[in-house]
Design a protein around this ligand. Structure first.
Ligand code: NAD
Ligand code: UD1
Length: 312
């Protein structure tokens, strides 16, 4: 049994990683301040985990939580591009300041490896698709800058400070528990909630922007592989599916799933947005043995089922 610390473990992606770790019989501690996460996300495993309410902006208060930990999966962050455009200071304090604290605390506690949740947003609007890790980054939002800087810090700790780090550039992750009530939640959660409520989904821009929508089970698998795969140390790796869909195409697919003919409402484009995003996952395949497990359409159906129940 290995000891895992998951920062941001009460959030959307974190809660799925926790469930899988518990399922595998690992020892799990969670560090989360519940800024956007919810304890109810952990309801199924609550008696089997060590939940600590703490803030990664407070180095002294988080240090003791790293004692005896083998692997850290660092997810705690403010994860929204739009929120970072409205309040770049808070996003920077949490995502960048907090990441440096997590790396320092992990190094000092002699943690074996930290897996950092990085983002496809780092690629910005570079015309080359699919995205390969060697492309020059072009962050377009404070969020993307903080996450890219987190990768750079990870590299510095890996190369100089005796702490192995791996940064995973997650593409657009979706699935159950992506908060349906938050205005900053992912687009698919918002679209599905609109379908279930008989409201009109709103598209920011012309709907021709594309995303590599990746079901959450895929990112759980990649993150756990990244903790131990020998070839991953010091690497930055894309985690997506290698395929993408435009927002207009997702509406067509949802119309099929719901057997409706919903027409979206179009509004102005959102500042800080990336236009196109598709992952090249060759490096993750080679370094992690990663292979996407669940397709976009299967993932969408599972998410619709969950949201239908969650919204009652
Ligand atoms: P989420 O908001 O559900 O999870 C983030 C968690 O971090 C929450 O539980 C929140 O309470 C916690 N948190 C926030 N500030 C904190 C602080 N100061 N101290 C301690 N905990 C704090 O978002 P998510 O979608 O699950 O994202 C998880 C990670 O994956 C983030 O780092 C995000 O940037 C990254 N990521 C997500 C996606 C995606 O599509 N969802 C894609 C790329 C990268
Ligand atoms: C998402 C993640 C981010 C991650 C990045 C990686 C969330 C909240 N954000 O950012 O953490 O790092 O993927 O690629 O999970 N849109 C609409 N209507 C809406 C909401 C959004 O048209 O109601 C549009 C947006 O303008 C954007 C696209 O949908 O063009 C995707 O937006 P969003 O789900 O917020 O994700 P990203 O900004 O891509």
């Amino acid at each position: 049994m290995a000891h895992y610390l998951v920062t941001g473990g009460a959030g959307f992606i974190g809660s799925h990683i926790i469930e899988e770790l518990v399922h595998r019989g690992e020892s799990v501690r969670i560090l989360d301040n519940l800024a956007t996460g919810r304890e109810v996300n952990l309801a199924a495993v609550r008696s089997k985990i060590d939940f600590r309410k703490a803030d990664i902006r407070e180095l002294d208060s988080i240090r003791p939580l790293f004692a005896g930990v083998d692997y850290v999966i660092h997810l705690a962050a403010l994860a929204s591009v739009a929120r970072s455009m409205e309040d770049p200071v808070e996003t920077t304090q949490v995502n960048l300041g907090g990441t440096v604290h997590v790396l320092l605390a992990a190094r000092d506690a002699k943690v074996k490896r930290v897996v950092i949740a990085a983002t496809a947003a780092a690629y910005g609007n570079d015309p080359a698709l699919p995205r390969v890790e060697t492309q020059p980054p072009q962050p377009l939002s404070p969020y993307a800058v903080t996450k890219l800087a987190g990768e750079y810090y990870g590299r510095i700790f890996n190369d100089n400070f005796g702490l192995e780090t791996v940064s995973l550039r997650f593409f657009n992750i979706f699935g159950p528990r992506q908060d349906p009530k938050s205005p900053y939640t992912g687009v698919l959660s918002k679209f599905i909630v609109a379908y279930l409520r008989g409201a009109m989904p709103v598209i920011f821009g012309d709907g021709e922007q594309s995303r590599d929508f990746t079901y959450v089970a895929n990112v759980v698998d990649a993150s756990l592989r990244a903790c131990t795969a020998p070839a991953a140390a010091g690497k930055i790796l894309n985690v997506g599916t290698g395929k993408s869909a435009t927002l207009n195409q997702t509406i067509t697919i949802l119309n099929g799933i719901f057997a409706k003919q919903v027409k979206p409402q179009y509004g102005p484009p959102r500042a800080g947005d990336v236009k196109h995003s598709t992952a090249d996952i060759s490096l993750a395949r080679a370094a992690l043995g990663y292979e996407p497990l669940v397709s976009f359409e299967d993932g969408l159906r599972r998410t619709v089922d969950w949201l239908r129940k969650d919204l009652g």
